[in-house]
Design a protein around this ligand. Structure first.
Ligand code: GLA
Length: 337
């Protein structure tokens, strides 16, 4: 076996619906044109990888305990084990996503690009579930399904309304006249070192009292007696509603409404979920004063990373690191030759 291949998997920006996926709620992300490309050949159980933005190469034989491999190589080792084919590869990895900790799902893109090669393409929802399990094994953090579904199921020019309970995915075109910007806050964070897991625990503890959050309304949330739990869950239940409202605003091309939902989502993420940071708040305060920028929100798992902004086409956020986001014509794919 020495098939040569190129695989690509994009990062994502989440427009609304944070910390809703692992309780089977709604999310509204968009795949990015930024992503990870792997070029190489399949092997019989030996993995060798070089990355354009990492100083260390990786090399190991399968089977392998992913925990015995350091840093980014652990995601590759976990993907190789979860693919379950015994296949390895010899690859060059090229990424135009910034290396980890940006809230743009770099590790999902890495995992998905590896699985497309090591497992092979197929049912994308099943592949996304495999990618999630692989990432959880690599990091020990029980993330949800949003990032892998966004990377593998992206649709040109559209955000994805994803129901993380039944895995239905409905593409909703980005309205004409709305430009989506992604801005790096400058604050890197790894999800494993953040308060992601404690937020997740609060959501599941609340479910023990009021039932599935994906079905809960705000009246049920108000019956919770623990004030911290109540705030956390107020955010999650509110974001489930905001996903539907944002998708409807996109369908109606109502940009002012979409922008107001983005702002409301950020306030809830910062005040109820307490997932923001002083650096992010300062950046958002700056962004919303820039000409043409309607609204901005912390995106992804929280505690740093990136900000998503809604803007008029051609707007300049006047910050160091930013991208114009548009879901690419060709999303995740693999080509053998
Ligand atoms: C990270 C996780 C996702 C999701 C978001 C928060 O990106 O990987 O599963 O929980 O945080 O919305």
């Amino acid at each position: 076996m020495s098939a040569s291949f190129t695989s690509f998997a994009p990062g994502r920006v989440n427009l609304i619906g944070e910390h809703t996926d692992y309780t089977g709620g709604l999310v509204f992300p968009m795949a990015l044109e930024l992503g990870i490309t792997m070029t190489g050949t399949l092997t019989e159980g030996v993995v060798t990888a070089r990355s354009s933005n990492q100083s260390n190469d990786i090399h190991f034989e399968l089977p392998v305990d992913p925990q015995s491999i350091d840093s980014w190589g652990r995601f590759i080792a976990s993907a190789a084990m979860h693919a379950g084919t015994g296949r390895g590869f010899d690859v060059d990895i090229d990424s135009n996503l910034p290396a980890g900790g940006t809230g743009l799902s770099t590790s999902s893109a890495l995992t998905c690009a590896a699985l497309l090669a090591l497992h092979g393409d197929g049912d994308r929802v099943e592949l996304a579930k495999m990618a999630r399990a692989s990432e959880i094994a690599a990091t020990g953090v029980e993330i949800g399904n949003m990032d892998q579904l966004s990377s593998l199921c992206g649709v040109d020019g559209s955000a994805l309304l994803i129901d993380c309970h039944d895995f239905s995915i409905n593409p909703v075109p980005v309205p004409e006249g709305l430009e989506i910007l992604v801005i790096h806050s400058g604050q890197q964070r790894e999800i494993a070192d953040s308060e992601y897991a404690t937020r997740r625990d609060a959501c599941f503890a609340a479910e023990d009292i009021i039932g599935p959050l994906r079905l809960a309304d705000l009246a049920a949330v108000e019956t919770l007696t623990d004030p911290v739990m109540k705030k956390r869950v107020r955010h999650v239940v509110g974001d489930n509603h905001r996903v539907r409202a944002m998708a409807a605003a996109f369908e109606a091309s109502d940009i002012p409404l979409a922008a107001s939902i983005l702002t409301e989502g950020h306030r809830s993420y910062a005040d109820n979920f307490e997932a923001s940071t002083p650096i992010v708040e300062e950046m958002i305060d700056h962004l919303v004063t820039q000409p043409g920028i309607h609204a901005a929100r912390l995106t992804g798992g929280g505690f740093g990373g990136s900000i998503v902004a809604f803007a008029e086409p051609g707007s300049n956020p006047n910050v160091d690191t930013w991208w114009t986001a548009s879901a690419p014509a060709q999303g995740a794919h693999i080509t053998f030759y």
